[in-house]
Ligand binder design. Sequence first.
Ligand code: PLP
Length: 434
Amino acid sequence: MKYRSTTGTAPEVTLEEAVVKGLAPDRGLYMPLSIPQLPAEFFDRLPGMELADIAAEVARALFGEDVDREALESLTRDAMNFPIPLVRVNDRIWSLELFHGPTLAFKDVGARFMARLLGYFNRNNSDRTVNVLVATSGDTGSAVANGFLGVDGVRVFVLYPKGKVSPIQESQFTTLGRNIVALEVDGNFDDCQALVKSAFLDPELNEAMMLTSANSINVARFLPQMFYYFHAWAQLAASGADMSNVVVCVPSGNFGNITAGLIAQRMGLPIKRFIAANNANDIFYQYLQTGVYSPRASVQTIANAMDVGDPSNFARVLDLYGHDHGRVCDHVSGCTYTDAQISETLRDTLAQTGYQLDPHGAVAYRALQEYLRPGETGIFLETAHPAKFKETVEAITGHDVRIPEKLADFMRGTKQSVPIPADFDSFRQFLLKT
Ligand SMILES: *Cc1c(COP(=O)(O)O)cnc(C)c1O
């Protein structure tokens, strides 16, 4: 399968080139040239299937032309080695718990898959080192660092803002060592992101070293996320639910997660419609209302992994629907909630159902409660474990949030990070001499 840029001027590339480059040279995002259709027979079998088997079949449809069959099967199974259960919250809303991976957030899926795929592409290039640069406000850095830990031929540089990442999150990428370098930037998240962007645009740096990104602009990170949409559908069908009107709600920031769902639907998954749930950063919601896309500076909220003012995967959403606002609206609706509404939902849901949401899942759960029509069944993506936002969640509910053992293990490690100023020249010198 070839990949083309959403901007349309860069040449088509192979999967390997798309993964190693990250962003297309014309600044567009790579998309598969065509989206494969899964046969009706697959959907007949789906209700009884296990996650790893589903992932292996979907991966073959997407990547089968580019990766040796056995290698693809084994790297996919290895990436998907933790459960993603669908848990019933009330009579018609189910939570897809994406937080049972090594860093307790959904980004583990894409990060683990991308790391293994890059490892596969490196197998014949023992002298090649791919340098992954990632700016993080928390979750991305931990998932990417853990996903790539120990992968041959790959080094990861995690840039994070000093003092602005919770101690739990910081411990997940600063205690690893080996091929993971944590850079503590004296600045904010935007400064970290700017340093990474400048590095990708710097000719001398790109001449000296292979640089790639591991955020959801990378096809190897966002495409595997479609595995669990099929798995969610399979679990709901196996429960005996009415499958004719299934609505999926995704708490969205950069829109990589929901875009994977939209592509799964295009491959044949019978989802009736999607809801993109936003916090106060409602750029996509405003686009749906007006047809005008106006990116703006993000504002800080308690669902901070969704504090995005210019969602990078918006280009892919537009591309999927031929830049037709009406068609986008036919497939996706939107909503936006304030911190007060998110807190209220977290508190009330715990009191009424016993289910402990995290702030991101709370945005999506509320959207389903408000927008499910009669006869519809809703699935929302619970994108992180509430313990990752322990202080926030405890302050809202007044109840303790237990820290899972996996998370506690990170916190016992020793922090290793390199302090750098928020200045591109220092960052550039640092990279050149490592
Ligand atoms: C990254 C993240 C999101 C947003 O996902 P996108 O793919 O950027 O839309 C939502 N919730 C959590 C917990 C996240 O870490």
